[in-house]
Design a protein around this ligand. Structure first.
Ligand code: SDX
Length: 381
């Protein structure tokens, strides 16, 4: 079969890598839909687990289906003691994303049976991964502080339980609800880098734990999921509203990217950023103002003024860190929390890939030499 040669596009920009019905982004109008439902609707009316069910099984669950799903996940929240023992050997200074990638891959050691054509195997893997990833994130955080992991509390819902395992305190219901909405906002976003990584790994028919480990490693990068942590460091470095303009002018003059801005698809403000901004303001009303929010508002205004014409606006990572910080979450856990949410999207694409699988194997534009002679080491200069 003769290959139809399409033009090489760096970063595969605008090149479709699959056909998918899981989510849709309209980058010109700032629209995000999960299985056809607008993110604003889900953020105000749904829950993270209901949204995860929708993404993975392509329908909103009935009340019975949702209860069964929530109960199944609650039952699988605990992790093997050997994984906890392994995590106790991790250096306290290690980044939580490296700890998560390692422990996610380790799950595959305990659930190594691969039966990708068995719907019950798929369902069980979905439940185990959704249930155990938050426990692993919270466990490493406790251990790096010299504590034992806090066991999941079966009386608490998904979001409340995570914050409890992280802080040993039951959060205010408003804080738990805001955190649950943050998880929904970060759950899925078409073929982003970490989802593409998950799809490529899935296409080799390896186990789902290896798929998730691949995706976690990809999400960790500062150009992708790691930007939320960088945004807070940037706000702290700027320190005051007066410093915003000189800081931004300096970054632009040095052709340095401004964290939390720009997007391969959105050329207007990311709709998730707008919702996260509302959540931040709601939190500040309840728990007191955050002066960094004033710096963030000034920064967004200055960047829009200077780069808006290039389609560079605030993305999902710009305000998320301010919300998480107000919830008492350390900055280096912002990206692991992004992973807790995006696991739903990665699993949805894993299932979708398996249904019509063909191993990913792109081609290249070769720029090297041909027929070069081998030069013996004696003759090399
Ligand atoms: C996420 O794909 C997804 O959907 C990702 C995500 C998801 O939910 O999965 O939405 C999550 O990753 C959000 C993005 C988080 N990353 C950041 O905030 C890091 C900063 N942003 C940039 O690195 C950048 O905007 C990207 C990586 C997000 C997108 O980069 P592109 O599409 O590859 O754009 P580019 O690097 O080719 O830049 C095009 C132009 C360049 O200027 P010129 O050389 O043409 O003059 O825009 C400029 C860039 O310099 N530009 C920026 C900028 N982003 C792009 N300039 C300053 N600051 C920025 N943030």
């Amino acid at each position: 079969m003769t290959a139809t040669f399409c033009e090489y596009k760096p970063g595969l920009e605008n090149i479709p890598a699959t056909k998918s019905s899981i989510s849709h982004v309209n980058g010109q109008e700032g629209i995000l839909e999960y299985r056809g439902i607008r993110i604003e609707e889900l953020a105000s009316k749904s829950s993270f687990l209901e949204t995860a069910y929708l993404l993975i099984w392509d329908s909103l669950p009935s009340a019975i289906q949702l209860k069964e799903f929530e109960t199944d996940i609650l039952y699988h929240r605990r992790i093997k003691y050997r994984i906890r023992d392994m995590m106790k050997c991790f250096p306290e200074t290690g980044h939580p994303m490296d700890a998560l990638q390692t422990s996610a891959a380790a799950l595959g050691l305990f659930y190594s049976r691969r039966a990708l054509d068995d719907p019950e195997y798929i369902r069980k893997a979905v439940v185990r991964i959704l249930a155990k990833i938050p426990t692993m994130v919270a466990a490493f955080h406790q251990m790096r502080r010299g504590n034992d992991a806090i066991q999941p509390n079966d009386d608490l819902d998904y979001a409340t339980n995570f914050l409890y395992m992280l802080t040993e305190r039951k959060p205010h219901p408003i804080a738990a609800r805001i955190f649950d909405v943050c998880l929904m906002l970060h759950a899925e976003h078409t073929i982003n880098a970490s989802t593409f990584s998950a799809m490529v790994t899935a296409s080799t028919l390896t186990d789902p734990y290896a798929v998730i480990a691949s995706a976690v490693g990809t999400l960790a990068g500062p150009l992708h999921g790691g930007a939320n942590e960088e945004v807070l460091l940037m706000l702290e470095e700027i320190g005051s509203k007066d410093n915003v303009l000189p800081y931004i002018e300096n970054r632009i003059a040095n052709k340095q990217k401004i964290m939390g801005f720009g997007h391969r698809v959105y050329k207007v403000k990311d709709p998730r950023a707008a919702i996260l901004q509302q959540l931040a303001e709601q939190l500040f009303e309840e728990t007191g103002h955050d002066p960094y929010y004033d710096i963030a508002l000034e920064l967004e205004k200055v960047v829009e003024g200077k780069l808006g014409a290039k389609g560079i606006y605030a993305n999902v990572d710009f305000y998320s860190g301010l919300v998480y910080r107000k919830l008492g979450i350390p900055a280096d856990l912002f990206t692991p929390i992004f992973a807790i949410a995006r696991v739903a999207g990665w699993l949805a694409h894993w299932k979708e890939q398996l249904a019509v699988n063909r191993i990913f194997r792109p081609t290249q534009v070769y720029t090297g030499d041909h027929n070069k002679p081998y030069v013996s080491i004696k003759e090399r200069t």
